[in-house]
Design a protein around this ligand. Structure first.
Ligand code: NAD
Length: 476
């Protein structure tokens, strides 16, 4: 398979590099240059905004059934093209091909869910105070959307944003990550092959700071949606607030895991490790801060470490590989710093902790036990294959630890006791609580963080509502 020529997508046209400066896209497993990504100029971004502005009224007025048919067709194209799409994800991000195939399937489901839900954007009739009055609450698409997605779920994240916007009847300008552009462009291709009118979806790449400012400050944009770090999310939300635009933000997490004494520690360790090492730990819901009851602590740590040592790390294109490289050298540097700092603060290295002697950005699956709250990794999201384990004695202590940080995206609880599960799920401050498993989000479920982990929801009915505003119409 060949890596494609990279372009921008503006007003239905694939815009090639021309005189534009290029950015190298790198394969994290080999450090080979995959291609050159054209950087959008300010004029390109203006054109994309104009295209979204021009195409919005007719897309808004397209019947939801018709919009749904296009989204469903696009999902079918994505499924049919799975081998190519998955290959692109693995080349750009590094994760094993089987994981990339699952990501393509989930991304296609985002469009299917949007297609189904587009037909159910119901309003309400509110009884009048006198006879003969009709009071209606009518949801309408909010308008052109500016979207920004990260590199770590390079098919799912753009698909969530594009599917939500299009299903609601909005046009969109999206800036996917410059590190994973080809997979985003393939999603755009599936939509245009499915009959999406030109200009409804536009894709630009370039300098993230400049593009985000231009898109967010433009009066054409009515809503901002971002997935990425809390620091950048805060900046974008501040800009959106200055021009009174709604912002949906999916930001960083630092997911706590509570393993109670009545849980099976071996089963919990196996389930948690598989979730931890998915996408080399570069997932905002990745289980990271593991608080384990002292009665099962040693068995849990031993099992976690044993499994981590046996995990097969390598190029994601090779059969049997369970974990690929990290996506970029920034993550590798973060792993090095965080492991050294944790050891300085008295943590014990139970598995991994080293860079692998391979040409790409590979890091061993790492388990640190007896971790204290003072170390860097316990406070800053590692976003890598790093599990931090510490013991606890009582439930209050475990919940205090779980809620210690300003983040609140996902959390995990392992227990066989119904009362423990109920109390933990009520008291943990996070947008998602998974009990006895680690599947934090699906297309049909609301996903979003509390506290510094974000604002608003993506996915589910709630996610679609973010792209709509309610008009009250009263008629006598
Ligand atoms: P980063 O903060 O530099 O970038 C995060 C994402 O935001 C990237 O995709 C980047 O292209 C984009 N971005 C950066 N500046 C932007 C701007 N001004 N406007 C719009 N988009 C902008 O961090 P990074 O080194 O790429 O990733 C490291 C950290 O980011 C991780 O520790 C993790 O916390 C977070 N992250 C989270 C998610 C998520 O799914 N919540 C995704 C990617 C990264």
């Amino acid at each position: 398979m060949e890596y494609p020529e990279l372009t921008l997508l503006i007003g239905g046209r694939a815009v090639a590099a021309g005189q534009r400066p290029g950015l190298e896209v790198i394969d994290p497993a080999t450090q080979a240059v995959l291609g050159q990504l054209p950087m959008a100029s300010a004029e390109d971004v203006d054109e994309a905004l104009e295209a979204a502005h021009r195409s919005f009224p007719s897309w808004r007025d397209t019947a939801p059934m018709e919009r749904a048919a296009i989204l469903r067709r696009a999902a079918t194209f994505m499924r049919e093209r799975t081998p190519r799409l998955a290959w692109l994800i693995t080349r750009e991000l590094g994760k094993p091909l089987a994981e990339s195939e699952k990501e393509v399937a989930t991304a296609a489901e985002m469009f299917e869910w949007g297609a189904e839900e587009a037909r159910r954007t119901y309003g309400r009739l509110i009884p009048g105070r006198t006879g003969g009055i009709r009071q209606m609450a009518i949801p309408e698409p909010i308008g052109p959307v500016a979207a920004f997605s990260g590199w770590n779920a390079p098919a799912i994240t753009p698909s969530r944003k594009i599917a939500g916007a299009l299903a609601a009847g909005c046009s969109i300008v999206i800036k996917p990550s410059e590190e994973t552009p080809a997979i985003a462009l393939e999603i755009g291709r599936a939509l245009s092959d499915a009959g999406l009118p030109a200009g409804v979806l536009n894709m630009v790449f370039g300098d993230p700071g400049e593009i985000s400012r231009q898109l967010i400050e433009s009066p054409i944009t009515r809503m901002v949606t971002f997935t990425g770090s809390t620091a950048i999310g805060r900046q974008l939300a501040t800009m959106a607030a200055a021009s009174l635009k709604r912002a949906t933000l999916e930001l960083g997490g630092h997911a706590p895991v509570l393993v109670f004494g009545d849980a099976d520690p071996l089963h919990a360790a196996d389930t948690i490790l598989a979730a931890k090492l998915r996408n080399s730990g570069q997932i905002c819901t990745s289980p990271t801060r593991m608080m384990v009851h002292e009665s099962v602590y040693e068995r849990f740590v031993e099992r976690l470490a044993e499994r981590a040592r046996g995990w097969r790390v390598g190029n994601g294109l090779e059969a049997g590989v369970q974990m690929g490289p990290l996506a970029n050298p920034r993550r590798l540097a973060a792993m090095e710093t965080m492991v050294a700092d944790a050891l300085d603060h008295g943590a014990r290295l139970a598995a991994g902790g080293q860079r692998l002697d391979l040409p790409g950005w590979f890091w061993e699956p790492t388990v640190l036990s007896d971790v204290t709250t003072e170390c860097l990794a316990a406070n800053t999201e590692p976003f890598g294959p790093m599990a931090l384990v510490q013991p606890f004695t009582g439930m209050d202590e475990a919940l205090e630890q779980a809620n210690r940080l300003p983040f609140g995206l996902a959390s995990y609880v392992f227990t066989r006791d119904a009362a423990t599960a109920r109390i933990a799920s009520e008291r943990i401050e996070s947008g998602v609580v998974c009990i006895n498993h680690c599947q934090a989000s699906l297309p049909e479920t609301p996903f979003g963080g509390f506290k510094d982990s974000g604002l608003g929801k993506e996915g589910g009915v709630e996610g679609l509502q973010e792209f709509m505003q309610v008009k009250y119409v009263s008629q006598v």
